[in-house]
Write a protein that binds this ligand. Structure first.
Ligand code: ADP
Ligand code: MG
Length: 749
């Protein structure tokens, strides 16, 4: 492999470039650009195509355009509504243009009289003057050339975009040729340019097309490094693991499947096949089972546990909440009842399969008995919460671990459970939080995937309605009354537990909070047409007027005195002590409560097939994934079900889109895609440090195809001895780019 390795460039300080003076090097350092590699991966956020420019006077009203002009005046003032307005007046040979910016007072200070800027935006006329609202404005100085790159943070640290461009070109001249982990075949298959070409064109593009092509290649490299890291780490773990090759003739599994009151879907059958193959292999299984709410994952999980049990091992089923553990215990009980296993303590005898429940609510004597049975190997399957990984819990021979709703567990907890065994048990992770496939590939890159796409037959669709006024709301309560009269049950979910401070722990995270914004204050890309700005202003306005969200406690008292008078209405929320929660849940299961008013504690896994109405109050306060989970609590049997999304007053534009999507489709993966489009990939990596992240150009939203390809190519490179050169190039640069922290984050999710 010839050419410069990126890792080498990561060792050369920028000050070695003749164009970078010590003073400029200090400025660059402030921008976290210390090495030639930092410089070359500081990409222009935009390019200005001067060949496409017009003159101010040539633009007509409503038309978009780019002009280069000179600043003649720059000022800011306060408006009556306490917002600021900055105004920058620019002029070219043909005329004058007023640029206005709302709530961006700093703009006035950004520009000085006499500076050359490019302005792009949509022309409007205001009192006979040419104007652009919130246009993109960039300092371009006296730069020549057709295509001008605009770098982020230019102007700060007294380093201009023009200077960065000059430094980058200098670095490119010096570096010349870059080592490329992609051979000719890969490049051809993927339609990507060489890395040398990509770095050249990203900093010094010949044409806008070439710039975009270059960015695509560099984005691919980012994803490739990430996948390479994930896959090679998995190979290392697999090699070091002390796994179990489960031996099972499938008799127990067969007994179990024969007794199921339904036939498995084709997806469930495939999932069970994949899992039994994994279990039989000597390496520990690491599999993610994705499936929409109600897709029947639990049935598959129990099958996995039984394969382990037949081979003489114990199984653990860990879930995030007590309510869910009890739920699973009850439903497994009916599915596993009457199964017989070989009694290893007696020659040739059989005994019943032993299943038990362990949570923090288990009484001390019960707990002591269960722990003893686990340690002796008398208990085959234990279902429980975090209590399973607490001190004193020891298994005789733990062989298979199932973790449900894994996003609530960290890797540490998974690891803790694994440590309860002398051998590395097989692991099945289940999630119903729909994640788009490409995102899953990145976030859960260390796991194999199985997906249950198909819902069991005979499910009726859930009629979903969005009701946006108190008048319409009556419809929901009428439906609740009708369904209760028909012998069915209903849920009412509120965002809050009670009123007042300190009680808001269950408040869903603000789903609008992570609508993707650019990290650069002076980034103008997204504000170009002002929609984002308007949206933000609108959201800001709402904030002050927005009434506090509904609380379960208060809503329950309102409902029993009003719309749901005479019905048996229960209350459930996370802050109730466990001894109060359980009776409510069992009364609801037993049909002794008609309507359960709750917080999102019912989100995960509560399975009451007789419930047919879900009313979600202040639905705009919930994210798509949460709404989808909540809706999944109904429609669990053949009964026709309804979901009402209630909102009051004005809601934000993203919230409106979420609710429309919910009404439009019930498919979790479609909703996940929608969610990703609305929020961008950023949220998936929300906790990551943005500054030093390697994902600068790659975007899970725009580059779904590249994610899939990157995974394929990375697998080939890790596993293919003939690709040694690619392997070494990548291994080197991964060490520089993908920090341990970053990798740890990915493995933690
Ligand atoms: P998930 O955990 O994926 O949300 P569950 O495993 O809890 O779904 O299954 C939901 C309900 O559907 C359960 O009552 C279960 O018994 C039932 N079920 C599972 N698989 C099938 C099937 N193939 N046909 C009919 N009903 C099924
Ligand atoms: Mg489930």
């Amino acid at each position: 492999m010839t050419g410069r390795r990126l890792a080498q460039l990561g060792k050369i300080p920028v000050s070695e470039l003749e164009s970078v003076s010590p003073r400029k090097a200090a400025g660059l350092k402030e921008m976290e650009i210390e090495t030639v590699l930092d410089l070359l991966t500081h990409y222009p956020r935009r390019i200005v195509d001067r060949t496409n420019q017009t003159e101010i006077a040539a633009l007509s009203e409503g038309e978009e355009g780019v002009v280069t002009a000179t600043v003649t005046r720059s000022s800011a003032r306060r408006l009556k509504n306490r917002r600021t307005m900055a105004e920058i007046v620019v002029r070219d040979d043909s005329g004058t243009l007023v640029c206005t910016f709302f709530n961006q007072g700093w703009r006035a200070k950004q520009f000085e009289e006499g500076q050359t800027v490019t302005v792009f935006g949509k022309l409007s006329m205001y009192r006979g003057k040419r104007q652009m609202a919130n246009p993109g404005v960039d300092l371009v100085g006296e730069q020549t050339g057709r295509i001008v790159p605009i770098y982020p943070q230019s102007g700060k640290a007294s380093i201009s975009s023009v200077e960065i461009s000059r430094f980058a070109k200098n670095a490119l001249d010096r570096a010349k040729d870059f080592a490329d982990p992609l051979n000719e075949r890969f490049k051809k298959e993927l339609g990507l340019v060489s890395r040398t070409e990509a770095f050249q064109q990203v900093h010094d593009p010949e044409a806008p097309d070439a710039w975009h092509t270059a960015r695509r290649r560099l984005a691919f490299d980012e994803l490739l490094r990430l996948q390479f890291k994930l896959i090679s780490r998995r190979r290392v773990e697999a090699a070091a693991a002390n796994g179990i090759a489960h031996k099972s003739e499938g008799r127990l599994l067969e007994q179990y499947l024969d007794r199921l009151p339904f036939t498995l879907t084709a997806d469930q059958q495939r999932a069970i096949r994949e899992i039994t193959t994994d279990l039989a292999a000597p390496q520990p299984m690491n599999r993610l089972l994705q499936g929409d709410v109600g897709a029947g994952k639990t049935v598959v999980a129990l099958a996995a546990l039984l394969v382990g049990v037949e081979g003489g091992y114990q199984g653990a089923f860990m879930v995030p909440t007590e309510v869910l553990a009890e739920q699973h215990f009850l439903s497994s009980h009916s599915l596993l009842e009457g199964l017989m296993v070989e009694d290893l303590k007696r020659l040739g005898g059989e005994r019943s399969l032993m299943v038990d429940l362990l949570t923090n609510r288990t009484t001390a004597p019960e707990r002591a008995r269960i722990l003893a049975e686990l340690a002796d190997g008398d208990l085959d399957i234990v279902i429980g919460t975090h209590a399973l990984i607490s001190e004193g819990v020891d298994f005789a021979h733990l062989g298979v671990v199932v973790v449900d709703e894994q996003h609530r567990f960290g890797v540490e907890q998974r690891a803790a459970l694994r440590e309860k065994a002398s051998l590395d048990p097989d692991l099945l992770v289940m999630t119903a939080t729909p994640i788009p496939r490409t995102a899953a590939m990145t976030v859960y890159g260390d796991l194999e995937h199985t997906t249950l796409d198909e819902l069991p037959a005979g499910r009726s669709p859930i009629e979903t309605r969005w009701l946006s006024s108190s008048r319409q709301e009556a419809m929901a309560w009428k439906r609740v009354r009708e369904e209760v009269a028909a012998g069915h049950q209903a849920y009412v979910v509120c965002p809050l537990v009670g009123v007042g401070g300190g009680e808001n722990e269950e408040m869903p995270e603000d789903p609008d909070a992570d609508i993707e914004l650019d990290d650069d204050a002076d980034d103008t890309d997204d504000t170009r047409d002002g929609t984002l700005q308007r949206r933000l202003l609108a959201a800001g306005d709402l904030e002050t007027e927005r009434r506090p969200p509904k609380s379960a406690v208060e809503e329950r008292s309102r409902l029993v005195r009003g719309p749901l008078e005479g019905l048996r209405v229960g209350l459930l929320h996370g802050q109730m002590p466990a001894r109060e929660k359980e009776p409510v849940m069992s009364q609801f299961r037993a049909g002794e409560i008609d309507v359960l008013v709750s917080t999102t504690v019912v989100e995960v896994g509560v399975d009451v097939a007789n419930a047919t109405v879900m009313v979600i109050e202040d639905a705009d306060r919930f994210g798509i994934a949460q709404l989808h989970q909540l809706r999944g609590r109904v429609g669990r049997a053949k009964l026709v079900s309804w979901c009402y999304l209630l909102t009051e007053g004005e809601i934000t534009e993203p919230a409106e889109k979420r609710l429309q999507a919910m009404v439009r489709t019930q498919n979790g993966f479609e909703l996940a895609e929608e969610d990703l489009s609305l929020r961008g990939g950023g949220t998936l990596f929300g906790a990551r440090q943005k500054g030093k992240s390697d994902l600068k150009l790659a975007n899970l939203k725009h580059h779904r195809d590249l994610v899939i390809e990157a995974r394929r190519v990375a697998t080939e490179i890790v596993d293919g001895p003939e690709l040694r050169g690619s392997y070494e190039t990548l291994r080197d640069e991964v060490a520089v780019f993908v920090s341990e922290e970053e990798a740890a984050f990915l493995f933690r999710s």
